[in-house]
Ligand binder design. Structure first.
Ligand code: GTP
Ligand code: SPV
Ligand code: MN
Length: 609
């Protein structure tokens, strides 16, 4: 490659080679020639399948092993020296034990394989806050994905210079056996060892392993935040851009919101995509929070993506994309559930013939596309900005059939941290295990927080208390349903109606009503003009479900109790204050059912009562 690795890198790669004993070692430089060469190798081995190069130039299909289609949270470990520092929501393994157990699996695992060494940079080359990682891997698919997902090659080697400060990521698919699959993180060694999986977040170590799990631990030490958040800029017809970050659990709408195309009513508005999955957030000198997307591409959920739901995503998938576990049509193009009417016949994600009469889906529910952020029609030039974009609002959103209203605003930063900490969501196909089960997913970081979650909440409280101009904090829920299971809210481009209210609040204009749970939009503050909602839908979207909240409060206590003394007292205080407000208002509503809201407040925020 063009740039020589420094001594520390060379020594570490040498160690990896001695452990895995590959047939050969290839140092990757990120060049076009290399991409062509690696694509050829992957086509020959069957790791990639060529799609129709006239209709989809530069596009390829990858079919993963059927037992390796999603993140495996049960097999993901934080290996810090003390178990308590990983906390009750993480799996923990002692570092020595982890190195030994995984070392046994890595030993000789690349005997008849090539070992690729991939330098990559997370963040802008001109930022001192960017991080360099090296991934050693036996997967050409991983290399080609990293090439899209990160700034890969010489740029990373140059950024590192003589420094030893780089993440050491060792990855091998080994035999893809779940019994021998482990994804281990060693924050004290800046090291990740992942073995036995070739899939997404398990195998692209830049993403969840480095940019969330390790980075969250380093962010705590260094005074910043690594978050599972999209970053988007919303430009008004007057030319004012408001930046919002939003944490939604896996497969709960980040990619969609990041490249939202506003519905017709919002002509003149522009949406700018800065990131769709990960945000590194730092306080700026001006007392605001600034967010950077450290990645360079999207690894997005395919099913449900259509010209109607996400036209921007469809537009960027016509060239230079890798598709994983989608269906292939007869003409060598791709298909997945929800894209458009099903083809009469196609090949499913396992390579078998499929028709609409088949009992299984054609694409895997967690099938994905990998594509460069630069191909997104709403790509924001601010993606290059080493300082990041200033945040006016932070949204926490989850998949909830009930209880959580369409949108509400926190009273304060502290109340907002409590809202994020107590988020729960119905599980999705992005991780193995049952789908549709409600579980607590604080800050959408349950699978990604690299240290004790209680310390993480403490860190959020501390960061906020140092800010002169903290962003406002919201809960949103696009997924509240009718009794028959249909969504009450149309979602997607129509979410702009909710975001318009959020923006107007940030600029001191939008009207809100104070309720026990927080500020909700004043009647009429969210436009429903032109929407085909079922009768009473808005009332139900904002209904405060008292019994639902009371049982939520109980289960929050179960979560909080897990953390013992480490739980910040502020979380209990917010819990108790909410309980009190709900009890008082419930007593009121029993006397006067469905009483009109008590106070209409201006855009000013009050302290909670
Ligand atoms: P990860 O990449 O796993 O982190 O997921 P994500 O948070 O980026 O989720 P994504 O935007 O890919 O959406 C996941 C699924 O939710 C897709 O099937 C979408 O079609 C669906 N979805 C996204 N936004 C909405 C919405 O506003 N309403 C409804 N009903 N579904 C949505
Ligand atoms: C997620 O599950 O949140 C993802 C996909 O973004 S993966 O990279 O597999 O983690
Ligand atoms: Mn994600």
């Amino acid at each position: 490659m063009g740039v020589e690795p420094n001594k520390a890198v060379a020594a570490w790669v040498d160690e990896c080679a001695r452990l895995c004993t590959p047939r050969s070692i290839v140092w990757c430089d990120g060049s076009e020639e290399e991409r062509a060469q690696l694509t050829k190798v992957a086509l020959e081995s069957g790791e990639l399948i060529e799609l129709n190069q006239d209709k989809l130039p530069g596009c390829y299909l990858h079919r993963s092993a059927p037992n390796d289609v999603a993140r495996t949270e049960k097999l993901t470990f934080i290996c810090c020296p003390e178990k308590e520092d990983a906390g009750p929501t993480n799996n923990w393994m002692a570092p020595d034990e982890a190195y030994e157990r995984l070392g046994g699996i890595f030993k000789g695992s690349m005997r008849d394989r090539t070992m690729y060494v991939v330098p990559f940079l997370m963040g802008s080359p001109s930022s001192q806050f960017s991080k360099v990682g090296f991934q050693v891997t036996d997967s050409v698919y991983a290399v080609l994905n990293l090439r899209i997902m990160t700034r890969m090659g010489a740029v990373a080697v140059e950024h590192l210079g003589d420094s030893e400060d780089f993440t050491r990521g060792l990855h091998c698919r080994a035999d893809l056996n779940e019994e021998r699959r482990f994804i281990c993180h060693f924050p004290q060694d800046n090291t990740i060892w992942s073995v036995g999986s070739g899939y997404g977040g398990n195998a692209l170590l830049s993403k969840k392993c480095l940019a969330l799990r390790l980075a969250s631990a380093y962010g705590r030490q260094e005074g910043w935040l690594a978050e599972h958040m999209l970053i988007v800029g919303l430009e008004s017809p007057q030319g004012e851009t408001t930046y919002i970050a939003a944490a939604f659990p896996s497969a709960c709408g980040k990619t969609n919101m990041a490249m939202l195309v506003p519905s017709g009513r919002y002509e003149g508005w522009k949406v700018w995509t800065v990131g769709d999955d990960i945000a590194w957030i730092r306080p700026g000198k001006d007392g605001r929070l600034y967010a950077v997307n450290p990645e360079a591409g999207f690894f997005g959920v395919a099913p449900g993506t259509s010209a109607r739901s996400n036209p921007s995503a469809m537009a960027m998938l016509h060239r230079d994309a890798i598709f994983t576990n989608v269906a292939e049509k007869k003409d060598g193009t791709v298909w997945w559930e929800g894209m458009e009417p099903p083809p009469e016949e196609c090949t499913d994600w396992k390579g078998r013939p499929w028709t609409p009469a088949s009992s299984e889906t054609a694409a895997h529910p967690n099938s994905r596309f990998t594509v460069s952020i630069k191909q997104c029609p709403s790509y924001s030039e601010e993606w290059e900005n080493p300082r990041g974009v200033p945040l006016s609002a932070i949204l926490f959103g989850a998949r909830r059939g009930g209880v959580i209203p369409l949108v509400y605003e926190s009273y304060t930063w502290r109340h907002g941290v409590y809202m994020g900490a107590t988020m729960a969501s119905e599980t999705t196909a992005a991780a193995t295990g049952r789908v549709g089960v409600l579980r607590r997913d604080p800050f959408a970081m349950l699978p990604f927080c690299g240290y004790n979650m209680a310390d993480y909440w403490r860190h959020w409280l501390d960061v906020g208390s140092g800010l002169k101009h903290p962003p406002r904090i919201y809960r949103v829920n696009w997924f509240r349903t009718e009794k028959d299971g249909r969504f009450l809210w149309p979602g997607f481009g129509e979410n702009m109606r909710v975001l318009e209210w959020v923006i107007s609040r940030c600029h001191g204009k939008g009207l809100a009503v104070e309720t026990p749970i927080g500020y909700v939009p004043a009647p009429g503050a969210i436009s429903v003009e032109g929407l085909d909602l079922s009768p009473g839908a808005m009332d139900r979207l904002f209904e405060i479900d008292h019994p639902g909240w009371i049982s939520a409060l109980e289960s929050q206590t179960v979560l909080f109790d897990k953390f013992g003394d480490r739980l910040p007292q502020e979380m209990r205080q917010e819990h108790d204050a909410l309980e009190k407000r709900l009890t008082l208002s419930y007593a009121g509503t029993r006397v006067e059912r469905r009483r009109a809201p008590r106070t209409t407040v201006s855009a000013e925020r009050h302290p909670p009562r």
